[in-house]
Design a protein around this ligand. Structure first.
Ligand SMILES: *[C@@H]1O[C@H](CO)[C@@H](O)[C@H](O)[C@H]1NC(C)=O
Ligand SMILES: *[C@@H]1O[C@H](CO)[C@@H](O)[C@H](O)[C@H]1NC(C)=O
Ligand SMILES: *[C@@H]1O[C@H](CO)[C@@H](O)[C@H](O)[C@H]1NC(C)=O
Ligand SMILES: *[C@@H]1O[C@H](CO)[C@@H](O)[C@H](O)[C@H]1NC(C)=O
Ligand SMILES: *[C@@H]1O[C@H](CO)[C@@H](O)[C@H](O)[C@H]1NC(C)=O
Length: 449
């Protein structure tokens, strides 16, 4: 009872302190849903289905193609987590159009320039649709979501190249492309995640083997640091992958985390347990404590470019990949939930504090470190903001279904009564989010009193 009053008081104070245009009380499902609703609307305002300068399914040619795949993946989560189905037909059409006639997301207009990480991003969006029982469009039922994901995984497995560096995928698909000789953690991490999640979804042993092989390769070659679990950018196969480029990005770190958590959920093994904890600790210490920022208020930031404000187009969306990966990891391995929800909860509050721009007064900025809107407007900004803000709703959902247990079969998956039951049952997760509020309110009192 006392806890309830405290939580309400904190919520009220947080509301007063952070009443920007997006009023987010990061400890409330309702508040989170309406914030996600506003950000999704702003995100979708960058999509024009009938625009002549972009093919259907692509936000705008000026953004890298993979980002549209990440955006549809995020919008599938948006529907799954908020029950707002208003964008579903747009999302269905976008994914099926971009999958192409062969159902492999080898975009004919880009084929010479497409990378394995681009293709995996789209394959993972199709897999998210399968896992969440996202409806198939009525007019084009096949190939199904899971078949699209499987096609991508099989193509990638066939590109596994043991002739250099004892294995691994090249970054680029075409040998004619600059970057082909580079074997990087993003392409290999997303391939690993795709194999792991498909293994969990279908129970197919071949997919389990591919996931194991992809992880061990990255580990043995040194793309994953064996003492810290830091994930490094990549290595050149012309130099036998001996020259690891030690830059760290949030997206591949997220892919290895989510894939490992999926493998843990299947095996319950110590091996995968330790890998999840290792990756999570590396992510915590690398991507949440920007220089000069209070340790009471962790905020997700792109460590290798954001402090110097030099993030390029692709790098400004990596936080989207990491936030989604962390959110689902929390549901696959309960032991990680407190930490993940604390990290993403204080980040969500920081994100919302920066969503006060533009005509709507709700446009989000790209950096979340200022406590206010940073003056920038764009698709990247809305996409990263949405994945962070809606992340807390994952805790009200059951872990993702497998092919043997569809969402319908699972009955009341994620309805709010069950969610409250879960929170009431453990009390743990709810408090962890509120604790974030307490910390922030305490900080504000210190400043103003
Ligand atoms: C979408 O694109 C079409 C064709 O280019 C254009 O006529 C229309 O005005 C655009 N709609 C919006 C909302 O921008
Ligand atoms: C699904 O059911 C099939 C047939 O009973 C079984 O072989 C497979 O391992 C199951 N998959 C999972 C992920 O449990
Ligand atoms: C398992 O996956 C492999 C590779 O994708 C595929 O060739 C095989 O047909 C699958 N097995 C089953 C039983 O679906
Ligand atoms: C792994 O990380 C530790 C700690 O940062 C560092 O000392 C070590 O050199 C790294 N190992 C490799 C192989 O990069
Ligand atoms: C997360 O990282 C911060 C900063 O390095 C550290 O103070 C904190 O103890 C870490 N949290 C956990 C749970 O390891």
């Amino acid at each position: 009872m006392r806890r309830t009053i405290l939580i309400q008081l904190v919520s009220f104070l947080s509301f007063l302190s952070f009443s920007g245009a997006i009023n987010l009380d990061a400890s409330s499902d309702d508040s989170t849903r309406s914030a996600a609703n506003a950000i999704a609307k702003d995100l979708m305002s960058f999509y024009n289905e009938s625009a002549s300068n972009s093919p259907p399914g692509v936000f705008d040619k000026k953004y890298s193609w993979w980002k549209s795949g990440a955006a549809w993946d995020t919008m599938i989560d948006y529907w799954y987590l908020t029950d707002d189905a208003q964008y579903n037909s747009v999302v269905q059409k976008a994914l099926k159009d971009q999958a192409g006639a062969a159902g492999d997301f080898m975009n004919p207009s880009l084929v010479a320039l497409e990378s394995n990480s681009d293709q995996a991003t789209w394959g993972l969006a199709a897999l998210s649709a399968a896992e969440r029982s996202f409806p198939e469009p009525e007019d084009s039922p096949s190939p199904s979501w899971v078949t699209l994901a499987q096609t991508v995984l099989e193509q990638q497995a066939s590109r596994w190249d043991a002739s250099t560096c004892s294995g691994g995928l090249h970054w680029q698909i075409s040998p004619l492309n600059l970057g082909y000789t580079y074997k990087n953690s993003l392409a290999n991490g997303l391939h690993f995640e795709l194999a792991a999640r498909l293994a969990a979804f279908t129970g197919n042993q071949t997919h389990v083997e591919w996931a194991n092989a992809a992880y061990w390769w990255a580990w043995n070659i040194g793309l994953i640091n064996q003492s810290t679990y830091s994930v490094y950018d990549g290595a050149d196969s012309l130099l036998a992958c001996k020259n690891i480029v030690p830059v760290q990005w949030s997206a591949p770190a997220g892919a290895f985390l989510y894939g490992s958590a999926t493998m843990y959920s299947m095996t319950k093994s110590d091996l995968w347990h330790n890998r999840v904890i290792g990756h999570l600790n590396a992510i915590n210490s690398t991507f949440f404590y920007p220089p000069g920022h209070s340790t009471n208020e962790p905020v997700l930031f792109e460590a290798s470019c954001e402090p110097e404000n030099v993030c390029t187009g692709d790098q400004s969306v990596y936080k989207n990949t990491l936030a989604r990966s962390m959110a689902w990891t929390a549901s696959l391995m309960e032991e990680t939930a407190d930490m993940i929800h604390t990290l993403l909860g204080s980040t969500a509050t920081a994100v919302a504090a920066g969503c006060t721009g533009g005509d709507t007064g709700s446009i989000c900025g790209k950096s979340w470190l200022l406590g206010r809107w940073d003056g920038t407007i764009g698709f990247d900004q809305e996409l990263t903001a949405l994945s962070v803000v809606q992340a807390r709703l994952v805790e009200a959902k059951r872990p993702l279904v497998t092919a043997n247990e569809t969402a319908e079969g699972a009955g009341t998956a994620g309805n709010s009564e069950e969610a409250e039951g879960k929170i009431g049952g453990s009390g743990k997760m709810y408090l962890s989010w509120s604790a974030v509020g307490v910390g922030l309110v305490a900080v504000i009192f210190t400043v103003y009193l």
